[in-house]
Design a protein. Structure first.
Ligand SMILES: NC(=O)c1ccc[n+]([C@@H]2O[C@H](COP(=O)([O-])OP(=O)(O)OC[C@H]3O[C@@H](n4cnc5c(N)ncnc54)[C@H](OP(=O)(O)O)[C@@H]3O)[C@@H](O)[C@H]2O)c1
Length: 189
Protein backbone atom coordinates (compact mmCIF):
# COMPACT_ATOMS: atom_id res chain seq x y z
CA UNK A 1 0.00 0.00 0.00
CA UNK A 2 1.32 3.40 -0.96
CA UNK A 3 2.18 5.81 1.81
CA UNK A 4 0.33 8.53 -0.11
CA UNK A 5 -2.87 6.56 -0.71
CA UNK A 6 -6.12 7.51 0.97
CA UNK A 7 -8.24 4.54 -0.20
CA UNK A 8 -7.41 1.00 -1.20
CA UNK A 9 -5.93 1.92 -4.56
CA UNK A 10 -2.36 1.02 -5.41
CA UNK A 11 0.18 2.97 -7.42
CA UNK A 12 1.07 0.69 -10.31
CA UNK A 13 3.74 1.14 -12.98
CA UNK A 14 2.20 -0.56 -16.01
CA UNK A 15 4.42 -1.43 -18.98
CA UNK A 16 4.50 -3.41 -22.17
CA UNK A 17 8.10 -4.60 -22.68
CA UNK A 18 10.05 -6.61 -25.22
CA UNK A 19 11.83 -9.69 -23.90
CA UNK A 20 15.10 -7.74 -24.10
CA UNK A 21 13.80 -4.97 -21.85
CA UNK A 22 12.67 -2.17 -24.18
CA UNK A 23 9.37 -0.36 -23.59
CA UNK A 24 9.52 1.24 -27.05
CA UNK A 25 11.78 0.87 -30.05
CA UNK A 26 14.03 3.49 -31.70
CA UNK A 27 12.19 6.79 -32.27
CA UNK A 28 9.76 5.88 -29.44
CA UNK A 29 7.86 3.52 -31.76
CA UNK A 30 5.73 0.96 -29.94
CA UNK A 31 5.71 -1.65 -32.69
CA UNK A 32 5.54 -5.08 -31.07
CA UNK A 33 5.22 -6.95 -34.36
CA UNK A 34 2.86 -7.45 -37.26
CA UNK A 35 1.34 -4.00 -36.76
CA UNK A 36 -0.60 -5.44 -33.82
CA UNK A 37 -1.60 -3.13 -30.94
CA UNK A 38 -0.84 -4.26 -27.37
CA UNK A 39 -4.51 -5.22 -26.90
CA UNK A 40 -4.10 -7.82 -29.62
CA UNK A 41 -1.30 -9.64 -27.73
CA UNK A 42 -3.01 -9.81 -24.34
CA UNK A 43 -6.05 -12.00 -23.57
CA UNK A 44 -9.08 -9.66 -23.69
CA UNK A 45 -10.32 -10.66 -20.23
CA UNK A 46 -6.93 -9.88 -18.65
CA UNK A 47 -6.70 -6.53 -20.43
CA UNK A 48 -10.24 -5.68 -19.30
CA UNK A 49 -9.48 -6.77 -15.71
CA UNK A 50 -6.44 -4.50 -15.44
CA UNK A 51 -8.38 -1.59 -16.95
CA UNK A 52 -11.33 -2.18 -14.60
CA UNK A 53 -9.00 -2.05 -11.58
CA UNK A 54 -7.65 1.32 -12.77
CA UNK A 55 -9.25 4.53 -11.51
CA UNK A 56 -6.87 7.15 -12.91
CA UNK A 57 -3.72 7.53 -14.98
CA UNK A 58 -0.68 9.73 -14.44
CA UNK A 59 1.08 10.23 -17.77
CA UNK A 60 4.38 11.87 -18.74
CA UNK A 61 4.39 14.42 -21.54
CA UNK A 62 6.52 12.31 -23.90
CA UNK A 63 4.19 9.31 -23.49
CA UNK A 64 1.26 11.62 -24.17
CA UNK A 65 2.90 12.92 -27.35
CA UNK A 66 3.77 9.39 -28.56
CA UNK A 67 0.18 8.24 -27.89
CA UNK A 68 -1.23 11.25 -29.76
CA UNK A 69 1.08 10.58 -32.71
CA UNK A 70 0.17 6.88 -32.81
CA UNK A 71 -3.54 7.68 -32.66
CA UNK A 72 -3.16 10.20 -35.51
CA UNK A 73 -1.19 7.75 -37.67
CA UNK A 74 -3.26 4.68 -36.85
CA UNK A 75 -6.61 5.49 -35.22
CA UNK A 76 -7.55 3.01 -32.50
CA UNK A 77 -3.98 1.71 -32.03
CA UNK A 78 -3.77 3.00 -28.43
CA UNK A 79 -7.37 2.28 -27.45
CA UNK A 80 -7.75 1.12 -23.85
CA UNK A 81 -11.01 0.13 -22.14
CA UNK A 82 -10.64 2.90 -19.54
CA UNK A 83 -12.74 6.03 -19.11
CA UNK A 84 -11.48 7.65 -15.86
CA UNK A 85 -9.49 10.83 -15.30
CA UNK A 86 -6.08 11.46 -16.90
CA UNK A 87 -3.38 13.51 -15.21
CA UNK A 88 -0.73 14.85 -17.57
CA UNK A 89 2.64 15.84 -16.09
CA UNK A 90 4.16 18.62 -18.17
CA UNK A 91 5.74 22.08 -18.06
CA UNK A 92 4.04 22.80 -21.43
CA UNK A 93 0.25 22.46 -21.09
CA UNK A 94 -1.27 21.47 -24.44
CA UNK A 95 -3.95 23.73 -25.94
CA UNK A 96 -6.68 22.62 -25.53
CA UNK A 97 -5.83 20.05 -22.80
CA UNK A 98 -8.68 17.69 -23.78
CA UNK A 99 -11.62 16.21 -21.93
CA UNK A 100 -10.95 14.50 -18.60
CA UNK A 101 -7.32 15.73 -18.60
CA UNK A 102 -5.83 17.65 -15.68
CA UNK A 103 -2.38 19.15 -16.21
CA UNK A 104 0.01 18.84 -13.27
CA UNK A 105 3.56 20.10 -12.79
CA UNK A 106 6.19 20.11 -10.08
CA UNK A 107 6.50 17.80 -7.07
CA UNK A 108 5.94 14.15 -8.06
CA UNK A 109 4.67 13.21 -4.60
CA UNK A 110 1.89 15.80 -4.78
CA UNK A 111 1.04 14.73 -8.35
CA UNK A 112 0.72 11.08 -7.30
CA UNK A 113 -1.40 11.99 -4.25
CA UNK A 114 -3.74 14.13 -6.40
CA UNK A 115 -4.15 11.46 -9.07
CA UNK A 116 -4.56 8.64 -6.53
CA UNK A 117 -7.32 10.59 -4.75
CA UNK A 118 -9.13 10.93 -8.07
CA UNK A 119 -8.85 7.16 -8.62
CA UNK A 120 -11.57 6.73 -5.98
CA UNK A 121 -10.10 3.66 -4.28
CA UNK A 122 -9.00 2.00 -7.53
CA UNK A 123 -5.42 1.84 -8.80
CA UNK A 124 -3.40 4.68 -10.24
CA UNK A 125 -1.48 3.68 -13.38
CA UNK A 126 1.84 5.42 -13.99
CA UNK A 127 2.76 5.76 -17.67
CA UNK A 128 6.14 7.04 -18.89
CA UNK A 129 9.68 5.91 -18.14
CA UNK A 130 10.85 9.20 -16.67
CA UNK A 131 7.70 9.65 -14.58
CA UNK A 132 7.85 6.03 -13.38
CA UNK A 133 11.52 6.48 -12.43
CA UNK A 134 10.68 9.58 -10.38
CA UNK A 135 7.92 7.62 -8.60
CA UNK A 136 10.15 4.60 -7.95
CA UNK A 137 12.98 6.78 -6.73
CA UNK A 138 10.65 8.47 -4.24
CA UNK A 139 9.24 5.14 -3.00
CA UNK A 140 5.73 5.95 -4.27
CA UNK A 141 5.15 2.77 -6.32
CA UNK A 142 3.34 -0.25 -4.85
CA UNK A 143 3.46 -2.62 -7.85
CA UNK A 144 4.95 -3.11 -11.27
CA UNK A 145 2.90 -4.88 -13.93
CA UNK A 146 4.74 -5.88 -17.10
CA UNK A 147 3.30 -7.33 -20.28
CA UNK A 148 6.31 -9.20 -21.70
CA UNK A 149 5.87 -9.38 -25.46
CA UNK A 150 7.38 -12.01 -27.76
CA UNK A 151 9.98 -9.87 -29.55
CA UNK A 152 13.62 -8.82 -29.18
CA UNK A 153 13.73 -5.15 -30.26
CA UNK A 154 17.53 -4.84 -29.97
CA UNK A 155 17.40 -1.09 -29.36
CA UNK A 156 15.07 1.60 -28.07
CA UNK A 157 13.80 3.00 -24.78
CA UNK A 158 14.86 0.76 -21.83
CA UNK A 159 12.61 -0.03 -18.87
CA UNK A 160 14.86 1.89 -16.48
CA UNK A 161 15.67 5.54 -17.02
CA UNK A 162 19.22 6.83 -16.44
CA UNK A 163 19.69 7.69 -12.79
CA UNK A 164 17.24 5.13 -11.45
CA UNK A 165 19.10 3.11 -8.87
CA UNK A 166 18.46 -0.40 -7.57
CA UNK A 167 14.89 -1.30 -6.63
CA UNK A 168 14.15 -4.64 -4.94
CA UNK A 169 10.98 -6.46 -5.92
CA UNK A 170 8.87 -9.30 -4.59
CA UNK A 171 7.17 -11.55 -7.17
CA UNK A 172 3.36 -11.61 -7.02
CA UNK A 173 2.43 -13.61 -10.11
CA UNK A 174 3.37 -14.61 -13.64
CA UNK A 175 0.89 -15.86 -16.19
CA UNK A 176 0.62 -16.49 -19.88
CA UNK A 177 -2.06 -14.21 -21.40
CA UNK A 178 -2.66 -14.64 -25.11
CA UNK A 179 0.71 -13.99 -26.79
CA UNK A 180 1.98 -12.05 -23.77
CA UNK A 181 3.25 -13.01 -20.33
CA UNK A 182 1.99 -10.86 -17.47
CA UNK A 183 4.46 -10.38 -14.61
CA UNK A 184 3.49 -8.64 -11.40
CA UNK A 185 5.88 -7.53 -8.68
CA UNK A 186 5.45 -5.76 -5.36
CA UNK A 187 8.01 -3.02 -4.71
CA UNK A 188 9.95 -3.65 -1.51
CA UNK A 189 10.10 -0.51 0.62
N1 LIG B 1 5.56 0.11 -23.39
C1 LIG B 1 4.77 0.79 -22.58
O1 LIG B 1 3.90 0.22 -21.92
C2 LIG B 1 4.96 2.26 -22.47
C3 LIG B 1 4.12 2.97 -21.61
C4 LIG B 1 4.32 4.35 -21.51
C5 LIG B 1 5.35 4.95 -22.24
N2 LIG B 1 6.12 4.19 -23.04
C6 LIG B 1 7.22 4.81 -23.81
O2 LIG B 1 8.01 5.57 -22.92
C7 LIG B 1 8.57 6.68 -23.63
C8 LIG B 1 8.22 7.95 -22.90
O3 LIG B 1 8.81 7.92 -21.64
P1 LIG B 1 9.87 9.03 -21.27
O4 LIG B 1 10.64 8.60 -20.11
O5 LIG B 1 10.62 9.40 -22.51
O6 LIG B 1 8.96 10.29 -20.93
P2 LIG B 1 7.66 10.45 -20.00
O7 LIG B 1 7.92 9.93 -18.64
O8 LIG B 1 6.46 9.98 -20.71
O9 LIG B 1 7.54 12.06 -19.98
C9 LIG B 1 8.59 12.83 -19.46
C10 LIG B 1 8.20 14.29 -19.56
O10 LIG B 1 7.08 14.57 -18.71
C11 LIG B 1 7.22 15.87 -18.16
N3 LIG B 1 7.38 15.75 -16.72
C12 LIG B 1 7.87 14.67 -16.04
N4 LIG B 1 7.88 14.92 -14.71
C13 LIG B 1 7.36 16.17 -14.55
C14 LIG B 1 7.10 16.97 -13.42
N5 LIG B 1 7.36 16.51 -12.18
N6 LIG B 1 6.56 18.18 -13.62
C15 LIG B 1 6.28 18.63 -14.86
N7 LIG B 1 6.51 17.91 -15.98
C16 LIG B 1 7.04 16.69 -15.82
C17 LIG B 1 8.45 16.49 -18.80
O11 LIG B 1 8.02 17.04 -20.03
P3 LIG B 1 8.03 18.63 -20.39
O12 LIG B 1 9.01 19.30 -19.47
O13 LIG B 1 8.45 18.65 -21.81
O14 LIG B 1 6.64 19.10 -20.21
C18 LIG B 1 9.28 15.24 -19.09
O15 LIG B 1 10.25 15.44 -20.09
C19 LIG B 1 7.95 6.66 -25.03
O16 LIG B 1 8.85 6.02 -25.90
C20 LIG B 1 6.72 5.79 -24.85
O17 LIG B 1 6.41 5.13 -26.05
C21 LIG B 1 5.95 2.86 -23.17
Amino acid sequence: MSDVSTGNGKVVVNRAMSLDGFIAGPGHRMDWGGGRPLADFVAPEDFAEVAAATGAMLIGRRTWDVGSRMEAEDPGSVDYPFSGPFFLLTHRPPEPPGADVTVLSGDIGKAVATALDAAGGKNLEILGADVAAQCLWRGLVDEILVYVLPVLLGDGIPFSSPGLTRVDLEPISSARSGDATILRFRVRK
